[in-house]
Design a protein around this ligand. Structure first.
Ligand SMILES: [Zn+2]
Length: 253
């Protein structure tokens, strides 16, 4: 399985428009973070988790030529606003498979009514096939994907386990029953927004605590704010099996 970090930034991305913060002004490519998303590839399958406003740029940068589906964690704009840019894939492949909680589809249907309409469509509008995700395993390609249920402040979000790889983003609370699903991982990706406490995201200490409890072989931190600091500085102080993810990073499991 190959994982490509398409974006590792928080909702505004880094740099933030108009910001003079030193991290936003950094010239280190590892400090430039598009909105959060990962590409998960195995055998002939290619799935993307979330489809934010940088989706087009991310597909071009990672040279993605086909997708077998988009799997959504939740409906926030930084995870969904690139949906219109599935068009090139739709033109080549036909209807695109989308996987999401029923509530997330309701939200997408409002914002992208022209995609989901059952009436006559304007020419060029993409079509999708809805797969409603409940908190039970579902088939993506030939793999059973296990949803991990969590809370982003009070909003339900799904993380996903693909074999021995798990991807959690925008989490602040995970119930014990869900933690059980995260044992014996080769790689855990988890959100770590910044140093100080935040209402809807793990901060660095909370993410490290989760990693300590779950003991994956390796862990990567994502959904990073400029307030976390410079990539190279933060990385220096992490435990030896924990890494700060950065855009374009690829790992093989
Ligand atoms: Zn987010």
């Amino acid at each position: 399985m190959k994982i490509t970090f398409l974006g590792t930034g928080t909702s505004q991305g880094i740099p933030i428009i108009g910001s003079n913060h030193p991290v936003c002004l950094s010239e280190n490519p590892k400090d430039k973070r598009l909105r959060v998303s990962v590409l998960v590839e195995w055998e002939d399958y290619t799935f993307v988790v979330d489809c934010g406003p940088d989706f087009r740029q991310q597909m071009l940068r990672a040279k993605v030529t086909k997708i077998d589906g988009v799997i959504f964690t939740h409906e926030h704009a930084d995870h969904t606003m690139g949906l219109d840019d599935i068009r090139p894939f739709f033109f080549k492949q036909g209807d695109i498979d989308l996987f999401a909680h029923q509530r997330v589809f309701k939200s997408l249907e409002k914002r992208f009514d022209y995609i989901f309409t059952t009436g006559e469509k304007y020419p060029g509008v993409p079509s999708v096939t809805k797969h409603i995700v409940k908190n039970e395993p579902f088939l993506a390609g030939n793999l059973n994907v296990i949803p991990i249920d969590g809370l982003h402040y009070k909003l339900q979000v799904f993380g996903y386990r693909f074999d021995n790889f798990a991807y959690l983003t925008d989490m602040k609370t995970i119930a014990e029953t869900e933690i059980e699903k995260l044992q014996n991982l080769d790689v855990l990706v988890v959100n770590a927004l910044r140093i100080t406490e935040h209402i809807s995201h793990f901060n660095l200490d909370q993410a490290l605590e989760l990693i300590k409890n779950l003991k994956p072989k390796r862990a990567y931190l994502t959904h990073i704010s400029h307030h976390l600091g410079f990539h190279d500085d933060v990385q220096q102080n992490l435990p030896e099996n924990v890494f700060l993810a950065y855009d374009n990073l690829q790992i093989t499991i």
